[in-house]
Ligand binder design. Structure first.
Ligand code: GLN
Length: 546
């Protein structure tokens, strides 16, 4: 195809309408028709990336293969499309300004006054077109974070206006996602907020081409006609997005509404062949018709906000479907796990996952949970900090190193079984300085992880500063904590296991980032399977005990 086409997704009326899911669903439909598609997120905040944000602020920080710390929407893009994203797929206002200011310092503006228009808007336009100019994509979908009318969004909206004008209507279009609220007292759906938000967009010179309307109730033909007339779009371009029981239903809902067809028609692209969603629908069928269920405890300290562990929760959905079981995930706050509460909180579960995290808070509760799982044969999966806690627990309670700790928690511990790497010691800047992105790992053949992956060299994504301390490796191995995955270049330990436990695996990396609908993650599949086995065994044990 000669030139790349651009689709912009803006939001109106309210935040949290799910622009990311709509963008991902449209991309899925276009991909299922054979187009090469990618999605980009532009975030109007001043942080250079979300890496320095507390999960309570903005949910999980998602990490790409190339080590970018990004918005969690990129996780949805990868899970839907099964293709890798990169640094270029997430740009923030902070990043834009940083780059313009660096250019100014280098004298690249040749003495001109540097201004929001044209310099910031030009930088935004360039960032939008980087993916298109790579030649790798037929269609680039760009999601503009925030809500139309926000002060922060203005330069982005202006950049979209200019690009639309430069590229022309058959090469660029705008989808506006809005909310149609239902007033129960009046028993009516209301279009006025949408009319206003379309008008706000119009004041910035942008005519929405397609309206996607989030709603709790079906939009009638009359209401669609009214929206089309007052918002200046064709009636077929009024798309209903009704609340769904799972985000994975949204591509099919958008297909029924014809969103992909309207997009292709305006972009003058071939729309005859129906999208092939066979594998997607097979997954959906398994997801919705589980034959059994298991309950997993997710032990972390950001559990009040579901978005903090988004990728882990989604990975359980993929692995559950693969095993044809429903995975109930119960969140357990690690701060509340004590000797007196632990049995009540954990004993009834079929497995526990000790989550990633930073800092000291809730550490001891995590260590207690690991000990309970280890001693009771309960399936255990430790991710990043969770793996580090397993090493500390083993050192303290099996090796007898009572003070064993991570230097992140106790800088002066006599037994730093989790230590800071030499390269990290002199780093003072927080942003973008951890061990990030994809790293190779070589697996030991006789191990649970090798059984799961079925290959010797794997690559997984990292985001951490501290590491397993190899000084203790021999001692730990001799005591039964096996090292089953090591980075072939650096010798850093990436995986630990207990061979004579039903399933006890800790990984220094984040497997959850690579789990997709098309490729559920092998370790999540194996962990859920172990939980199923455990739950069956547990039931028969309970029955035989009378
Ligand atoms: N805080 C730990 C470290 O930096 C673990 C990080 C994580 O769980 N992502 O090493």
């Amino acid at each position: 195809m000669a030139n790349t086409k651009y689709v912009f997704v803006t939001g109106g009326v309210s935040s949290s309408l799910g622009k990311g899911i709509i963008a991902a669903s449209l991309a899925k439909l276009l991909q299922a028709r054979g187009y090469r598609v990618t999605i980009q997120k532009l975030d109007p905040y001043i942080n250079v990336d979300p890496g320095t944000l507390n999960p309570y602020e903005h949910g999980e920080c998602y990490v790409t293969d190339d080590g970018a710390e990004t918005d969690l929407d990129l996780g949805h893009y990868e899970r839907f499309l099964n293709t890798s994203t990169s640094q270029a797929n997430n740009v923030t206002t902070g990043r834009i300004y940083q780059s313009v200011i660096e250019k100014e310092r280098r004298g690249e503006f040749l003495g001109k006054t540097v201004q929001v228009v044209p310099h910031i808007t030009n930088e935004i336009k360039e960032r939008i077109q980087i993916l298109g100019k790579s030649g790798n994509y037929d269609i680039v979908i760009t999601e503009i974070g925030g809500t139309v009318g926000d002060i922060e969004s203005l330069p982005y909206i202006e950049a979209v206006r200019q690009l639309k004008w430069e590229l022309g209507d058959s090469n660029a279009l705008v989808i506006h996602l809005t909310l149609i609220p239902y007033l129960s007292a009046a028993g009516e759906l209301k279009t006025k907020p949408t009319q206003h938000s379309v008008k706000t967009l119009m004041e910035s010179g942008i005519k929405a081409d397609i309206l996607v309307c989030r709603t709790e109730h079906e939009l009638s033909e009359d209401l669609r006609r009214k929206l089309a007339l007052f918002c200046n779009v064709r009636q077929e371009a009024v798309i209903q997005s009704i609340d769904a029981s799972t985000i994975y239903d949204v591509p099919n809902l958008m297909l029924e509404e014809g969103l992909d067809k309207v997009v292709l028609k305006q972009l003058v692209l071939q729309d005859e062949d129906e999208p092939n969603l066979d594998n997607w629908n097979k997954f959906l069928h398994r997801h919705k018709n589980p034959k059994d269920e298991v309950t997993i405890g997710l032990i972390g300290k950001y559990v009040e906000l579901q978005d903090s562990y988004k990728s882990i929760l989604e990975a359980f959905i993929h692995a559950g479907a693969e095993n044809e079981v429903k995975v109930n995930v119960v969140s357990i706050h690690s701060e509340y796990i004590t000797d007196t509460t632990i049995k009540k909180k954990i004993a009834h579960l079929d497995g526990i996952l000790v989550a990633p995290g930073f800092g000291e808070r809730g550490i001891e509760g995590k260590i207690k949970a690991v000990q309970f799982a280890r001693e009771n044969g309960l399936p255990f999966f430790g991710i990043c900090l969770g793996m580090q806690m397993a090493v500390i627990e083993y050192s303290r309670n099996v090796l007898g190193l009572k003070n064993a700790c991570s230097v992140e928690v106790d800088a002066h511990t006599s037994d730093p079984v989790i230590d800071i790497m030499e390269e990290q010691k002199n780093i003072t800047e927080m942003g973008g300085t951890m061990r990030l992105g994809s790293w190779d790992c070589e697996l030991v053949e006789e191990s649970k992880v090798f059984d799961a992956y079925g290959e010797k060299i794997i690559a997984e994504r990292h985001r951490h500063r501290y590491e397993y301390n190899n000084t203790y490796k021999e001692q730990l191995e001799n005591a039964g904590l096996r090292t089953t995955g090591v980075n072939p270049k650096t010798g850093l330990v990436e995986i630990i296991e207990i061979p004579d436990h039903p399933w006890f695996v800790g990984v220094q990396y984040h497997p959850e980032y690579k789990s997709t609908v098309a490729n559920p993650h092998p370790l999540f599949i194996a962990f859920v399977k172990a939980a199923v086995t455990y739950s069956k065994h547990n039931i028969s044990a309970k029955v035989s005990q009378g």
